[in-house]
Design a protein around this ligand. Structure first.
Ligand code: GLP
Length: 268
């Protein structure tokens, strides 16, 4: 696992956006061989999306041959509701870049048959050739997508009941009213994320410090579902200094040492 430590959320955003851009360009995507990108919502990826939009506007990057799959969506919120993940993605990324509408995949939380929608989503990922790079965020309890503590580490896309902590954390987007936060969501599974050829998780802010510690220094556990990243062959965490506050000094120094950009002979 690589752990990239940057000063603040903004620097993490710039680094992550340039990592994604580099991967897209190097894959030289075509209509027959698109680049498949998994995407999260939340406040953590906002600086990443801002920078990707800038690159696209400046003609430095194109999403014409990129296919996206979002991680999750609330059940029962209208797509045009300002807190739906559909709305979030169009506002923060899709309407600012040149991605064709038919390349965008987001779970439909209003589907008449939610289980069929989830099964179909897995099929669509396979049909697209699998996910090349899955970007994620985590909740303060270490959940990835909406895979709450106790979720199976081999889970697939499915309906999940949200736990109290997540509803409380996300109520800030619903005028602070927990009653307005949907209690169910559709989410890719931990196994779905792990199938991606590469996974990059953004962990920023002091309120994620405990989760970062569990994910990097703790054991693999279904109580901190993002800790499964330890089992991925190409897992990266991009975090800021406040998020590292609960890591051992040794851990921080180790990851900073091996990521030293001046060392041309480094191997990962
Ligand atoms: C929600 C989403 C997660 C996201 C998390 C963290 O629970 N389902 O995918 O990672 O929020 O959000 P934030 O980045 O705002 O802390």
């Amino acid at each position: 696992m690589r752990v990239i430590i940057k000063k603040d959320q903004n620097e993490v955003g710039l680094w992550t956006a340039s990592y994604i851009a580099d991967k897209i360009r190097r894959s030289d995507p075509t209509p027959n061989k698109p680049f498949v990108l998994g995407l999260p919502t939340g406040s953590s990826p906002i600086p990443v999306y801002r920078e990707l939009a800038r690159m696209c506007k400046a003609g430095e990057l194109s999403f014409k041959n990129v296919i996206t799959f979002n991680m999750d969506e609330y059940v029962g919120l209208d797509e045009n509701h300002t807190e739906s993940y559909h709305y979030f993605m169009f506002e923060n990324l899709f309407r600012h870049i040149d991605i064709p509408r038919e390349h965008i995949n987001i779970l439909n939380g209003n589907a008449p048959d939610l289980e069929a929608e989830c099964a179909d989503y897995e099929k669509r990922i396979v049909a697209a050739g699998g996910i090349d790079l899955f970007i994620g965020g985590i909740g303060p309890d270490g959940h990835i997508a909406f895979n709450e503590p106790g979720s199976s580490l081999t889970s697939r896309t499915r309906v999940k009941t949200l736990r109290y902590d997540t509803i409380l954390a996300n109520s800030r987007f619903f005028g602070g009213d927990m009653n307005k936060v949907p209690k169910l969501a559709l989410t890719v599974g931990v196994g779905t994320v792990m199938d991606a050829r590469e996974v990059l998780i953004i962990i920023t802010g002091f309120n994620k410090a405990r989760a970062l510690r569990e994910v990097v220094e703790g054991g693999v556990s279904h109580m901190w579902t993002a800790s499964i990243l330890q089992m991925h062959q190409r897992g990266i965490i991009a975090c800021d200094e406040p998020a590292t506050s609960e890591l051992h000094l040794d851990t921080v120094k180790y990851f900073m040492d091996i990521e030293n950009p001046d060392d041309k002979n480094r191997h990962f």
